[in-house]
Design a protein around this ligand. Structure first.
Ligand SMILES: [Zn+2]
Length: 222
């Protein structure tokens, strides 16, 4: 065990008890082997992901919280069961299907053998960033709830936990989290990833950088 990481984990636990609100972001370090773009073996295993999400679920307890994730393998919903309204996944989901112009649940598909759209007959794909003409309507309800959550955190003790978010799609989690921390003087922000955990200087010491793999950190220390 690394004593610096152990200390960081203790600090996070204390900060979570102290916080009024907890905001969690998960990035690409959390892509499991069940992610559509991942070659088997290149992602983390489902078991590792589940164990990590369970740790975070326990850490959050009954604090007001919201989760934003770049993962779109849906593993998180197995752990945060019945909490779909507190999770937004802007990169998409396997729980919805789409053609280029219609979005639907799998139940609405009549021709399941050929997976074609019941409206226009075009081929269906999962509703995620890999789909041709990705339909972002799939996550917009949750995104509205996320924005409302953020409004309630203004001038409150907000703990921001960012796990494994690199510089791909920075406008989804990374840059908005920076901005939140800059403007909320009562916030604290742990940025944990193995590639580039630096903070913007304007966070004036409220941002803590931890350069380590976030999945290992959560599973071994939290
Ligand atoms: Zn269609």
């Amino acid at each position: 065990m690394n004593s610096d990481l152990q200390k960081t984990a203790e600090d996070i636990k204390k900060a979570s008890e102290d916080a009024d609100f907890i905001l969690v972001g998960f990035g690409r370090e959390w892509y499991s082997d069940e992610t559509p773009e991942i070659t088997a073996g290149d992602g983390i295993s489902r078991e590792e992901a589940v164990r990590g999400y369970e740790k975070i679920r326990a850490l959050i307890g009954d604090k007001k919280h919201y989760i934003i994730t770049l993962a779109y393998d849906d593993v998180i919903y197995d752990v945060f069961n019945g909490e779909d309204e507190k999770i937004v996944a802007p990169c998409g989901t396997k729980r919805l299907l789409q053609c280029k112009s219609h979005l639907m649940t799998p139940d609405e598909v009549k021709d399941t053998a050929n997976m074609v759209c019941p409206v226009c007959g075009e081929k269906l794909a999962y509703n995620n960033i890999l789909a041709e003409g990705y339909m972002e309507e799939g996550y917009l309800d949750e995104f509205e709830k996320y924005k409302k959550f953020l409004q309630t955190t203004v001038n409150k003790k907000l703990l921001i936990l960012e796990f494994g978010v690199d510089m791909k799609y920075p406008s989804v989690i990374r840059f908005p989290f920076d901005k939140l921390c800059v403007y909320n003087y009562k916030s604290s922000f742990y940025r944990i990833n193995d590639s580039f955990p630096q903070h913007v200087s304007e966070t004036y010491g409220r941002g803590i950088s931890v350069k380590t793999d976030s999945v290992d950190f959560v599973n071994n220390y939290l």
